[in-house]
Design a protein around this ligand. Sequence first.
Ligand code: AMP
Length: 408
Amino acid sequence: MSFLELGLDQRLASRCESLGYDKPTPIQKQAIPVIGTGRDVIGCAATGTGKTAAFLLPILNRIIEKSMPGVRALVIAPTRELALQIEASLAELSPSRAIRSVTLMGGTSMDRQLKALRTPPPVVIATPGRLIDHLERGTINLSRVETLVLDEADRMLDMGFWPDVRRVIEKVPAERQTLLFSATFSPAIEKVARSTMRNPGLIEVSPRGRAASTVDQKAYAVASESKTALLLHLLEEEDQSRVLVFTRTRRNAERLSHILSARGHKVNRIHADRSQAQRQGALLGFREGQHRILVATDIASRGIDVDSVSHVINYDVPEAPEDYVHRIGRTGRAGKTGQAITLVSPVDELSLMAIERLIGKKIERVVLPDFGGLAFAGPATGRPAGGAGRPAPVRTLRASRPGRRARR
Ligand code: AMP
């Protein structure tokens, strides 16, 4: 099945080819023809499945087919990182410069946004807060919107953006196509879909919580106080080319970043206390290889689209099990293989089990006695987590002592 066979314009199909997309991914194969008919669609797909192109390509197709004035497609995303990611995909996929777009989000120049809106571009990408700002100022007119995309709708709900999104929906025509993308299909998402969509088709390429099959997942038993030593050991002793380290808190992200930097590692960090320019700089530097390690909190777990992330290391086990899926979705992207390593101290074991229940499988355990790792305890309920029904394979590795100098 080729992009042409999905009913896309030859110019779009050629763009996909020149981007190295050999064939449509499963979400693209299923969603593009349905979106092309104008039907509402709920797409349940984890990041890394090609879902952005799955909604952008049919939108671009419609714009290429028929030129019309006004904002024709509005894409709402929960975070600035994701908005920028969508903007970058749009620029890549657009066959000509004629398809203009503007990204409306906080932390960037209002003047530039106002200027871009004077002649409304066919595509607007926005985070909810800044979009509301523009609606209140009367600087954007959404009366010609044909397609509304709610990307990462589950995260918009989690982040409390739904009242803002509702206000936006009141400003777009009732006669429109709504596309809702979410990594999970929870009762809350179903409720939202019922209130905003008409007879939506449900396309689900990754059942709830399924992590990409190209990611090799391991949990390392470690004492809480030895986590940093183990992290250094992993970074310095193993062949890890491009590494994302996740922490739960901004403080931990700052602390680790400084420790790694002091050890001679090329590292940057991204979390909510960093300015927009700092976050973008950190992502760009990581993408371009200026620093091989990026330390991030969950705020960044969905927006980071960097090729060839070889390892995701969960220094802290995420608070919400769904965040685990998003974090490890940063590696093993578009068919490449990746490694996800989670450092698990005794207090994290219950969280690990919740993750296993969500992803429906046991994560391979590695016990490193040199870093204070004790054998993993069995589940408190006495029944294996994840419903896998088999005990987890436990490997014991001998590790060399931490404390060597960083190689890079
Ligand atoms: P997404 O799930 O939208 O975050 O996309 C994940 C990555 O897959 C992006 O880096 C895209 O450039 C890439 N991608 C999207 N579609 C394809 C395709 N058909 N073949 C190969 N890579 C793709």
